[in-house]
Design a protein. Structure first.
Length: 379
């Protein structure tokens, strides 16, 4: 391989598992990774002979799509960095990284067991190519992988034996192919707006992007974060009677939970786009403060808004005042079931009240149709 700067061409070997199949492990040893890399090099050389002029690097570990498609593409970035450190000409320009004593050589190359049950597993690889050849080789790989990218029989057999699975398909994809495939998958389940934000974060992180969810929640990407319109503010813009508005709010929270889970999986943080919001989405909730407690009112209390099939969709902190009228101090939105306990403790501490949560059995709206709390005392 000629001297000079090298350009990275990222790709994957995608394993589509047969129904009900699960890999017996997530990573390969160093020797196993080297064996597989040699087979992959042979496959790619048959597709595009000029691959011989590139350095192939393989991470011998199985990942989910959400682990690879993250801002900065940290798995590929780490793989590239490690591969560039290996002296040129060593191992015939095929470099493989596997586990040693149960650990991969760098943290970003460690698969997360939380994402290990998907139907498609991905082995990251990259080609380090002399700049003079990079553009032409990239174009030829894009064409050949789409048309003839199925892994060779020997490679597929090796994968099935060493990971203990049956495969429907094993094929090579460029990173662009993986991006396009994931886009289609997200669009198919009505998550095109989410993909719009993810794509911006990965491909144009220096630019902001705004969109609306399928239910009309405002979202924007900026400064490496995703900002969400307050669900309570969104509710104020909805039409219909109380029952219709409550149903719409429950649907919006269901959608928000989907977005929050996927954004977290893709390593993007979610924040409410309002003043007085906190940064607790990593702990599984979002909250916004509307005001401070007023000593002229009763002590603050916590009220749980509930919806069928979703459980508690929001918690409101409110004070009872003259005539029993409620004054909302904060709204919080649990995104995961395990977040409710810590959320209640945080709100109680913040507003100097007890951990007692008053279950409303419904979504409580005030006279203007906004999220609120009962005017009459519960006691």
């Amino acid at each position: 391989m000629e001297a000079g700067p090298l350009q990275a061409l990222p790709a994957v070997l995608a394993l589509e598992l047969s129904p009900g199949e699960h890999p017996q492990r997530l990573s390969l040893s160093r020797d196993e990774a080297a064996e597989l890399a040699a087979l992959i090099a042979e496959d790619l050389h048959k597709l595009v002979p000029d691959v011989a002029q590139a350095r192939l690097a393989l991470a011998g570990a199985l990942f989910d799509t959400v682990e690879l498609l993250r801002p900065g593409f940290p798995v590929w970035a780490t793989l590239d960095e490690l591969a560039r450190r290996v002296p040129r000409g060593q191992l015939e320009n095929v470099v493989a990284f596997g586990s040693h004593e149960g650990h991969m050589p760098a943290q970003p190359l460690e698969p997360d067991p939380a994402y290990a049950d998907g139907p498609m597993r991905l082995l990251p690889l990259t080609l380090l190519v002399p700049e003079a050849l990079a553009e032409d080789l990239a174009e030829r790989l894009e064409v050949e992988l789409v048309g003839r990218g199925e892994a060779g029989a020997q490679t597929a057999d090796w994968l099935m034996r060493h990971f203990g699975v049956r495969l429907e398909h094993a094929r090579y994809l460029s990173r662009n192919d993986l991006l396009a495939l994931t886009c289609v998958q997200y669009e198919h389940v009505n998550l095109a707006p989410l993909w719009q934000l993810l794509e911006a974060a990965m491909l144009t992180p220096y630019r902001s992007e705004t969109t609306l969810s399928a239910r009309g929640l405002g979202l924007r990407y900026a400064d490496g974060k995703v900002w969400l319109q307050s669900p309570t503010q969104w509710l104020a813009t909805q039409a219909g009677d109380g029952a219709e508005r409550s149903h719409a709010f429950a649907g919006a929270i269901f959608e928000l939970r989907q977005y929050a889970a996927l954004l977290h999986a893709h390593a993007l943080s979610l924040h409410l786009d309002v003043s007085g919001s906190d940064d607790a989405s990593a702990q599984g909730w979002l909250s916004e403060t509307l005001g401070n407690a007023d000593n002229a009112y009763d002590a603050p209390a916590l009220f749980a808004h509930e919806a069928a099939g979703l459980g508690i969709v929001a918690v409101t902190v409110a004070q009872q005042g003259a005539g029993g009228r409620a004054r909302a101090l904060a709204h919080a939105y649990p995104l995961r079931p395990d977040a409710l306990g810590p959320l209640i403790a945080t709100l109680a501490d913040r507003f100097g009240t007890t951990n007692e949560l008053h279950a409303l059995g419904r979504i409580q709206l005030d006279e203007s149709g906004r999220l609120g709390a009962p005017n009459a005392s519960l006691h």
